[in-house]
Design a protein around this ligand. Structure first.
Ligand SMILES: O=C1O[C@H](COP(=O)(O)O)[C@@H](O)[C@H](O)[C@H]1O
Length: 239
């Protein structure tokens, strides 16, 4: 994989600064093109990292920003497992409406279908192409097992190319029940960035950057070609 798109933050401050510069550049460009910019955000460690950076961006027109979930656990918004719930808690009250939560229905498969329909309904019409919903920007994490979103190596699902939103009943990382964007939906995005921190990811990250294909994160290859990796020093320690 092309290492020129790999950015390493030597310090936490440097890492945040790099991310802020990237976000300002992408959002400025996409806001010129679209009335509303649709950003897919991940859970786990990302909300606490990304919300302060977004809030620090002076002049960001939040009226034009929507935060969608790249994946979501099958849990109510007020449950600590909820990815959207983390964003809503971290954002000021005036911005909570910018978060597009996944509606939890009485079954996991209905929840996934409903989210798929919601994406097709809420994303800008021009962002619904033949390959399905297209995000302006996706911010992805990666687990120490090479999972991204809720696409796990142990699950057969991540190889199903045709769907936009899938449900996962057997996530090896608790909670076990989730919905997630598919690799197809992820690779349909205009801009994709991995935000990866922590030494526990260093080995798998190196193997992916060296060309290993057997992890879901390795199959993130946006058709736009715009893929970047933002790593802290620990995650980059084996490169
Ligand atoms: O469970 C999840 O894990 C991944 C990775 O989380 P991280 O804390 O290791 O960055 C996350 O990207 C995903 O959204 C979340 O549901």
């Amino acid at each position: 994989m092309n290492r020129e798109n790999v950015f390493i933050g030597e310090t936490a401050e440097n890492y945040n600064d790099m991310l802020k510069i990237y976000l300002e550049e992408v959002l400025r460009k996409e806001l010129q093109v679209n009335g509303i910019v649709s950003i897919g955000v991940s859970g786990g460690s990302m909300p606490k990292l990304i919300v302060p950076i977004l809030l620090s961006m002076e002049g960001l027109n939040w009226k034009k920003i929507r935060l969608f979930m790249v994946d979501e656990r099958y849990a109510s918004l007020d449950h600590p497992d909820s990815n959207a719930g983390q964003y809503i808690k971290l954002l000021p009250p005036a911005l909570k409406e910018n978060v597009v939560a996944v509606d939890m229905l009485d079954s996991l498969s209905k929840t996934a279908s409903q989210y798929d329909a919601k994406l097709r309904n809420e994303l800008q019409p021009e962002m619904i192409g033949i390959r399905g919903p297209r995000f302006d920007l996706l911010l992805l994490g990666m687990g120490p097992d090479g999972h991204t979103a809720s696409l796990f190596p142990s699950s057969r699902l991540w190889k199903l190319p045709e769907m936009t939103v899938m449900h996962v009943e057997d996530s090896p990382k608790p909670p076990s029940r989730r919905v997630t964007l598919s690799i197809t939906a992820i690779n349909n995005a205009k801009n994709v960035a991995f935000l990866i921190t922590g030494e526990e990811k260093a080995d798998i990250l190196k193997s992916i950057l060296d060309g290993e294909q057997s992890y879901p994160a390795a199959l993130v290859k946006p058709l736009s070609g715009r893929l970047k990796f933002f790593l802290d020093k620990a995650a980059a320690s084996k490169l």
